[in-house]
Design a protein around this ligand. Structure first.
Ligand code: NAD
Ligand code: G6P
Ligand code: MN
Ligand code: MN
Length: 431
């Protein structure tokens, strides 16, 4: 029987995770659930823990739900650890968004200057957790959704010996969207490859045929269910999808339609607010709903969040590892040659066969040279960012930042970076 730990349990997404565990009670025999948060999230965690208890009770499962601020106590003897914390909480996200916009850059949680700042806050904590796991639960699997998920996973794979897999709901949403476009079929294989929030669907196999181009036609006909809720609806220019011959995930819009999205973000920031601000309001509503002592299920309102369906990935991944299912899932893991042209030992987000021994990434057809160059550039950005987050070296930070196509350079960058470092003084290594 399993001991599962959730770090950042005060997340409004947690009820989805609980629902996923309940739905899989037969495959994942759960004994104890340990919820971990920090002082700032204590109250949210208490609301979540009580809702979780009601949900588990209703499902007739006798699982003990513990709440603690003591991470080590939770990690001792754990089997699976789900990491879903937000370093600096929502206020740090909003600060990243606002500073970026102030200096004329896209303001986003995982991309551009915001992604860099988020990584610098998060990676030192993620590595602390990994180090604790090395001694307290060396056999446990770490399932990481903590953003920036790709960089966090790469940092852990590179700097610790624990078993770790990184996750994102974007490929899950793409898989569901493609299924819808194929007439609600479950009988197809989608292969994705790239980096987290930088993936492409490369093949959609059904009945011996590649349906990728049929799916592209559907998308171009105005039917695009592949976009998560946090990214405003948009259409790809026809030549982009046809010319690429791949389906870029919605996050690639930040790179392929940079100015369009910046204009949109500036409009939103002056209106309903940045995404972080919108999420803050949404989260407030969600917790009001969660508090209701009669509620014993995941409320519909959670679907307003961009991370919807990630329990699908999390719980299914746990079960696939635990039961050696050998099914294909899309995860962040060591490249090992899957993407030609990226280092074997770097983290990539690729369709993989999930086994008890870990994910086995599937080889993917060579990327066109120009797309490969972008992937290499972004991997280089990620690796320099990780180095900066660990060492606090200002020049390394600069090298990372000037490489990123969403980030400006020169005086503007120096000023923006100074402001980011000032705002995050208590949350980052000292640069
Ligand atoms: P949130 O702001 O609600 O944060 C979740 C909890 O983390 C909070 O209760 C907070 O108090 C806690 N926390 C902060 N620092 C902590 C620390 N050092 N140790 C333990 N807990 C800590 O965030 P959210 O919007 O629910 O998202 C949670 C995380 O999951 C974020 O990193 C988000 O980016 C990520 N996420 C990822 C995906 C994905 O596709 N990988 C999907 C959804 C959310
Ligand atoms: C999903 C991403 C997550 C991200 C979330 C943001 O698309 O995969 O990594 O955390 O959106 O959603 P939010 O509701 O917080 O803006
Ligand atoms: Mn994601
Ligand atoms: Mn640049």
């Amino acid at each position: 029987e399993l001991k599962i730990v959730i770090i950042g349990a005060g997340s409004s997404y947690t009820p989805e995770l609980i629902e996923g565990l309940i739905n899989r009670a037969a495959e994942l025999p759960l004994r104890e659930l340990w919820m971990v948060d920090i002082e700032e999230g204590r109250e949210k965690m208490a609301i979540i823990a009580n809702l979780a208890r009601r949900m588990l009770n209703k499902a007739g499962l006798s699982v003990t739900v513990h709440e603690t601020l003591n991470r080590r106590e939770a990690l001792a003897g754990a089997d699976y650890v789900c990491s879903q914390f937000r370093a600096g909480c929502l206020n740090a996200r909003i600060s990243d968004e606002r500073i970026s916009l102030k200096y004329g850059m896209i303001g986003q949680e995982t991309n551009g200057l915001g992604g860099f700042a988020n990584a610098c806050r998060t990676i030192p904590i993620a590595l602390e957790i990994a180090r604790e796991m090395e001694t307290l639960c060396p056999d446990a699997w770490l399932l990481n959704f903590t953003n920036p998920s790709g960089m966090v996973t790469e940092a852990i794979l590179r700097h610790s010996s624990i078993k770790a897999v990184g996750l994102c709901n974007v490929p899950v949403i793409m898989q569901k969207g493609v299924s819808q476009l194929l007439g609600n079929s479950a009988d197809f294989i989608m292969q994705v490859a790239g980096l987290n929030h930088f993936i492409f669907a490369r093949q959609i196999l059904q009945n011996g045929k590649d349906k990728l181009h049929d799916v592209i036609d559907e998308i171009l006909a105005g039917n695009d269910p592949l976009v998560p809720r946090n990214i405003p609806p948009f259409s790809w220019p026809a030549h982009v999808l046809k010319g690429l011959g791949m389906i870029p995930c919605a996050y690639l819009r930040y790179y392929y339609m940079k100015d369009d999205i910046l204009k949109q973000e500036i409009g939103e920031a002056g209106g309903e607010g940045t995404r972080g601000e919108v999420v803050k309001a949404l989260e407030h509503q969600l917790f009001e709903i969660y508090k209701n002592p009669d509620l014993a299920e995941k409320p519909k309102a959670l679907e307003g969040r961009g991370g919807q369906y990630y329990s699908e990935a999390a719980c299914e991944l746990m079960s696939a590892i635990h039961n050696d299912k050998r099914i294909i899932m899309h995860v962040n893991t060591r490249n090992n040659g899957a993407i030609n042209g990226l280092p074997d030992d770097c983290a990539v987000e690729v369709s993989s066969v999930i086994t008890r021994s870990g994910p086995l990434p599937l080889n993917v057809a060579a990327f066109p040279e120009d797309t490969l160059r972008l992937l290499q550039l972004m991997k280089n950005f990620e690796q320099l960012t990780i180095e900066a987050a660990i060492t606090g070296d200002r020049h390394t930070a600069w090298r990372a930042l000037v490489l990123n196509p969403l980030i400006t350079s020169g005086t503007l960058l120096e000023e923006a970076l100074a402001e980011v470092l000032e705002e995050n003084k208590a949350l980052m290594p000292s640069f």
